[in-house]
Design a protein around this ligand. Structure first.
Ligand code: ADP
Ligand code: MG
Length: 701
């Protein structure tokens, strides 16, 4: 897009002025460019409006007619008002009804030409036809003397419908858009290389912009309304392409950076593998050999290790850290929360010390901070939160960074890591099995390895749904497991904002379980305990001293006690799908059959029902991730805001997955031959604008 249009303030376009420009700003429109990219959220076909006499009941229909009455009806007994608008189009009358919105009256005047869109109903009382809360638009203000000459924009055609803000009607926005397109479209320069457009059958930019706002007659409105018309595709492609270009550039520049060439021949590694009470799975071996290959190269590793909960990522990470230590380099293992960092520390510190290496935990609340030992290189492995890197603890020679991801550490932060002139090898671990095409967007600058195999003898966890009236059954199952010598988790959710309240429910829960099971030992673990207390408690659970461990969700991930075979999740209806799956992954880690009991409290909504249902039907993390993505939508699922990636405003990575693949291929092939995008100056400019404020792509180029 031409730079000039992003400099053109919306205030100075025809028909806008200071007041409207303030309203447009509220919609995020500051410049002419913003306006061009403010797309309609739907389209209405007003080229062939149906007559009121021909309306089909229970269908969503659009009609146009003249206002013959606009009145507020008060029903004092029912403490209610109804605003009624009666419209006539020559063939019949229809009522629009708005409940408890008497102020609507001031929007209408008798004689105005209006469009109503809504579900057609029959009034059971008097038999007239009506629409409840229809969408409406005032087409021409015949009541006023001023004649408007742009009414052809608003009717007799496919019209765009925009999201509005109070004080600015859809009709006004439509007129402004029409003006802008008329006056500015010739200034839109297409930054996309022509060959790419040709190859992928995509229309040019100016045509796409004008069509997505004002489609020609006869287009397939279904495609437009879903945002997948060829013109929409072109605009989505632009975003995805710029996004992938950025990733391609980052990936390339990282590959050229100088890094550490580790020597993998490691005695300690052999010892570690010998020490393990199990054999590595083929998938673990394969992924570890990918990692070793990277570590040997004189460039920094940037690899993603993905795998379902319980597939054994931690041990692979540990093997990599052992290699680094043997080469005289330090490693950092970073988790997104303090509790997770702590859990990693608890899980691995013994093994590491058995190998004669030194490890420490470093989070915001660690009292003893062995900063000297870290700076002197005495400590080999530092486990902590992301803050570890951001706060700039001084290392002697940090050679390997392992990021335990849970989607909270994105492209940007990894770039930051490199910018700090640290060029360590980076391994990102994620337990969320994102469908492969999609993980390319989030982790597109990384190489990718997947552990697609669970350790043998793992049996799928049997998942059951219970309600509050079935507590006795639940108690019986718990009793049976403990009598068999197994252990049980009971998890309470984050209900309130305040951790105090959660804690209270967990404490009450613990007391209740102690009453029901006086013969068992019940423990309680939560986020407010001191790290040391928590570690002691986890150790006694691990050692079998505690039979039933009650916890708040703080223990969500990372706990590893193979003898625990039953997980009871209280208020399961309140948990997200991925979270439920993660929790369930805490059991089924040993050779014994395991159970997950979801205790759900009615009533709950459709989404909750879907989540619980999927949990019962499936143990497959990929399936679950896909369904979760479907329920929550990509924005929330990926938490893209948190990771600081550029926003995708038009494209939707789920809907446009195929387009994304194409964009990726095209982007990477450009960067292969022209790493600084010199042959396409307009494209380069767009690219810089797209990534602006996120990362300076061409700093080193
Ligand atoms: P993840 O981090 O992928 O969720 P972990 O690394 O915590 O999984 O491993 C889960 C459990 O499986 C741990 O108890 C670990 O010791 C065990 N484990 C790992 N690899 C194997 C294997 N190849 N065979 C048997 N058990 C394994
Ligand atoms: Mg783990």
């Amino acid at each position: 897009m031409d730079k000039d249009l992003s400099d053109l303030q919306i205030q100075y376009t025809k028909g806008v002025g200071p007041q409207r420009s303030r309203l447009l700003n509220r919609l995020g429109i500051r410049t002419v460019r913003d306006a061009l990219y403010y797309l309609p959220h739907r389209y209405e076909d007003r080229s062939n409006l149906r007559k009121i006499s021909n309306l089909r009941y229970n269908n969503v229909e659009t009609i146009a007619g003249r206002v013959v009455a606009a009145e507020v009806i008060r029903l004092p007994k029912r403490k209610m008002t109804i605003f009624e608008l009666i419209v006539n189009d020559g063939s019949g009358f229809i009522r629009g009804k708005w409940f408890n919105q008497p102020f609507m009256q001031k929007n209408f005047k008798v004689g105005q030409q209006v469009v109503l869109c809504g579900t057609v109903k029959i009034n059971s009382y008097h038999g007239g036809i009506e629409m409840d809360n229809p969408e409406y638009e005032i087409i021409s203000d015949v009541a006023s003397t001023r004649f408007r000459d742009d009414s052809f924009i608003h009717t007799n055609r496919v019209v765009p419908v925009y999201r509005v803000t109070s004080g600015l009607s859809v009709r006004q926005i439509r007129s402004i858009m029409f003006n802008i397109l008329n006056t500015c479209i010739q200034d839109v320069h297409d930054p996309m290389p022509v060959e790419i457009l040709k190859r992928n059958n995509l229309p040019i930019l100016s045509e796409s912009l004008s069509q997505v706002h004002f489609p020609d007659a006869g287009v397939d409105l279904g495609l437009f309304n879903r945002g997948v018309s060829n013109f929409h595709k072109r605009l989505s492609f632009d975003e995805l392409f710029l996004f992938e270009l950025g990733l391609a550039i980052m990936k390339r520049s990282a590959a050229l950076d100088k890094g550490i060439a580790f020597h993998p021949e490691s005695m300690r590694l052999k010892r570690l593998i010998r020490m393990l009470p199990f054999r590595l799975t083929m998938a673990q071996e394969r992924v570890f050999s990918d990692i070793l290959k990277d570590m040997k190269l004189p460039h920094p590793m940037n690899r993603l290790m993905q795998g379902d909960v319980g597939c054994g990522k931690t041990i692979v990470a540990l093997m990599a850290m052992t290699v680094a230590a043997e080469n005289g380099y330090q490693s950092a293992l970073m988790a997104p929360t303090e509790i997770l960092a702590e859990q990693h520390y608890i899980n691995i510190h013994r093994m590491i010390e058995d190998m004669g290496l030194k490890i420490c935990l470093l989070t915001g609340s660690t009292k003893e901070r062995p900063l000297h030992e870290i700076a002197s290189g005495e400590i080999d492995i530092i486990v902590g939160t992301h803050a570890l890197i951001q706060e700039g603890v001084t290392f002697k020679n940090l050679g390997l960074v392992i990021i335990d991801e849970q989607h909270r550490f994105g492209v940007m932060q990894r770039a930051l890591l490199r910018k700090k002139a640290l060029n360590p090898d980076v391994l990102v671990m994620t337990a969320t099995p994102i469908p492969r095409t999609l993980s390319l967007t989030l982790y597109g600058d990384l190489d990718y390895s997947i552990i697609d195999e669970l350790p043998p003898e793992r049996r799928p966890v049997e998942t059951m749904l219970f309600n509050v009236h079935q507590k006795d059954k639940i108690y019986r199952l718990i009793r049976e497991e403990v009598h068999k010598g197994r252990q049980v988790y009971v998890v309470y959710p984050l209900i309130e904002e305040s951790e105090k309240v959660d804690l209270r429910s967990a404490i009450q829960g613990k007391n209740a379980f102690e009453k029901v099971f006086p013969e068992f030992s019940v423990g309680l673990i939560h986020g407010r305990m001191k790290p040391q207390e928590r570690e002691e408690l986890m150790t006694s659970f691990k050692n079998g001293v505690i039979d039933i461990l009650v916890s708040t969700t703080v223990i969500e991930v990372g706990v590893d006690v193979p003898n625990a075979t039953l997980m009871l999740i209280i208020h399961a209806e309140r948990f997200g799908l991925s979270q439920l799956h993660q929790l369930r992954g805490r059991v089924g880690r040993g050779a014994h059959k395991s159970y997950c009991i979801l205790l759900a409290y009615e009533p709950y909504g459709d989404d909750a029902r879907k989540r619980l249902d999927i949990m019962i039907r499936s143990n497959d993390g990929f399936r679950i991730a896909e369904e979760d993505l479907d329920i929550r939508g990509p924005g929330e699922f990926f938490g893209t805001r948190q990771s600081g990636m550029p926003d995708l405003k038009i494209a939707n990575i789920v809907r446009d997955a195929q387009l994304l693949n194409t964009a990726r291929r095209e982007a990477f092939s450009i960067i292969d031959t022209d790493p600084d995008v010199r042959s396409f100056p307009l494209l380069r400019k767009s690219l810089e604008t797209f990534w602006k404020g996120k990362i300076d792509l061409f700093q080193t180029g």
